[in-house]
Design a protein around this ligand. Structure first.
Ligand SMILES: Cc1cc2nc3c(=O)[nH]c(=O)nc-3n(C[C@H](O)[C@H](O)[C@H](O)COP(=O)(O)O)c2cc1C
Length: 364
């Protein structure tokens, strides 16, 4: 089972939803990067359950502790180990999952493959695992603050159910996004989305949607032309998040309706910089960043665990009716935002270090 992501900037996550705790070991972060728990906590707070009335009510403070790799407030270049204690686990609320498979969750496939599973809260397949990813992404953000300070990532909810935010991604501001519980780019519209999510939850159901991510100030040259194309690694990164169902970059699936003459991003010189007039490529051409904004979207399904009775089968092979209990997100989108952002930072950090290692010294 692969629990490590990345080549030069590597993150290993560990822990189960209802075990003692969860965390990450980040290896490959350069030395001398200022780092403390205070740098990581804001992103963990954005991911935390119980942060608003439209997410799971599980009460976790998710306070992190750095165990290694930092000395005198700076990274040592050694493995950075960080953990968060699980404080509000209630395994008894998942008793049904011991003997029954939740439709469209990981219960059946995990059991069929490994023959054993921690059924309490989904174990390793729970979104609680992503705490380690958010820690890794936050440390990468600190690295970029020192080594490429112009790079920033803004992530927001573009769609909930069939409601789509009509806004140009370049104009989205993080203050607006983080100022409402949906992480919607227009705070004035957010209340109607809150009502929609609350209504669907009260009906015992769940909602899906789309998260959009914009990377600004990315240097030209991150990524590679063959297997490890930047968009391929971004796709793998975000498609490894639980409940993700689709990825598109730039014009994405809509681009197929255009002609080449409409779709091509024409070049021009902006001072000494080669730029494109449009950005249908989404900031990546031939697998390599071209210096424009990297824009990609991730589709998330409506979560599997709902409070309606559903037909399923038990571990014994007999048909059964399941009405799930436990605490669940009616819509993962608001909490998926910091997870998508973390995965973007992990991919960028890895390619940044790889670019420096292979061609950085040769570049004029
Ligand atoms: C932020 C976030 C929160 C989630 N919360 C829940 C939840 O409360 N209940 C649930 O059944 N699934 C939840 N999931 C999704 C499951 O972890 C996921 O559906 C499951 O592991 C099966 O994987 P798959 O949907 O990718 O096939 C959440 C996912 C994310 C990204």
């Amino acid at each position: 089972m692969a629990n490590t992501f990345g080549h030069l900037y590597r993150v290993t996550t560990w822990g189960e939803s209802h075990g003692g705790g969860v965390g990450a070991v980040v290896d490959g972060c350069p030395p001398q990067i200022p780092l403390s728990e205070k740098d990581l906590q804001p992103d963990l707070d954005r991911r935390r359950p119980g942060q608003s009335k439209i997410v799971t009510p599980r009460k976790e403070a998710d306070r992190c502790e750095i165990l290694s790799g930092v000395f005198g407030g700076k990274t040592l270049g050694t493995p950075i180990s960080v953990w968060v204690k699980n404080e509000d686990a209630r395994p008894e609320a998942y008793k049904e999952m011991e003997t029954m498979f939740r439709p469209s969750h990981a219960d059946y496939t995990y059991q069929a493959k490994y023959g054993i599973r921690n059924w309490q809260g989904g174990g390793r397949t729970s979104a609680r695992e992503t705490i380690g990813r958010v820690i890794g992404g936050s440390i990468a953000k600190c690295m970029f603050r020192q080594l490429a300070p112009k790079l920033s990532v803004i992530t927001f909810v573009r769609q909930v159910g069939d409601v789509v935010a009509r806004i140009d991604s370049s104009r989205v501001e993080s203050k607006e996004v983080e100022g409402n519980p949906v992480r919607w780019p227009d705070g004035k519209e957010a209340e109607q989305l809150v009502k929609l999510i609350e209504r669907v939850r009260s009906e015992g159901d769940s909602l899906g949607g789309v998260v959009e991510c914009v990377v600004k100030g990315c240097p030209v040259g991150l990524g590679e032309p063959v297997f490890d194309r930047l968009e391929a690694d971004l796709a793998k990164a975000v498609m490894s998040l639980p409940a993700s169902k689709g990825f598109e970059i730039g014009s994405g699936f809509a681009g197929v309706r255009m002609r080449g003459s409409e779709h091509n991003d024409e070049f021009f010189m902006d001072g000494k910089r080669v730029r494109t007039r449009t950005n249908r490529s989404g900031g990546v051409q031939g697998g390599i960043s071209n210096g424009e904004e990297i824009v990609f979207r991730v589709a998330f399904k409506p979560v599997a665990t709902i409070a309606k009775v559903q037909k399923t089968v038990g571990v014994s092979g007999k048909g059964a009716d399941l009405k799930a209990r436990g605490r669940h997100d009616p819509c993962v989108l608001p909490r998926a935002v910091p997870m998508v952002e973390a995965m973007a930072y992990l991919v960028l950090a890895d390619h940044f270090l790889r670019d420096r290692a292979q061609v950085g010294i040769a570049r004029p």
